[in-house]
Design a protein around this ligand. Sequence first.
Ligand code: FNR
Length: 190
Amino acid sequence: MASESAEPIHILGFSGSLRKASYNTGTLRAAKELLPEGMTLEIFDLSQFPLYNEDVREKGIPECVLEFGVKITSADALLIAIPEYNYSVSGVLKNAIDWASRIPSKPLENKPVAIMGASIGNYGTARAQYHFRQVCVFTNMHPVNKPEVLITRAKEKFDTEGNLTDQPTRDVIRMLLESLAEWTRRLKIH
Ligand code: FNR
């Protein structure tokens, strides 16, 4: 675990759901409340992103995507909340990653990343998260392996506004943040 004198770590978080009461966005708000000493978290909203189109990119990368790239670059690590849609990553999230991967400065390259996800079913976005780990290979992001934050039966663990109320789930998110801090510091040394 990090000592209090360790370098501060700034995290950029984003959610693959645009729904107001999204459980996944709720996990990011919970993470903000659970941050270990020396960590900060900014949540970035993906709702302004256009659908990826190579013709649009050739004319100029949209301002919101460039802003996303700058924030990724200045973050020490990413925290991504991954909804599962049809056994995979939501289109909103994949679209944002596709855009970011085409920014010439390659902000995703070598970025430490932690992932988590909430679903109303019994698998807690496991299938989407494993697909996302595959995306990390091509983009060369470095995901934390454990703990896996697979939040099942979200209706029982969040209130109607999407706030995470389940204490064991809050505890595992806190563990993920501690793992991300340790992983980020370890990757910085090399
Ligand atoms: C879903 N949902 C879902 N859940 C799951 O566990 N596995 C799945 O494959 C899918 N597929 C799926 C497809 C589509 C198009 C939608 C809209 C939903 C249900 C999903 O877990 C639920 O809607 C969550 O509430 C989505 O996350 P947010 O929006 O609450 O963050």
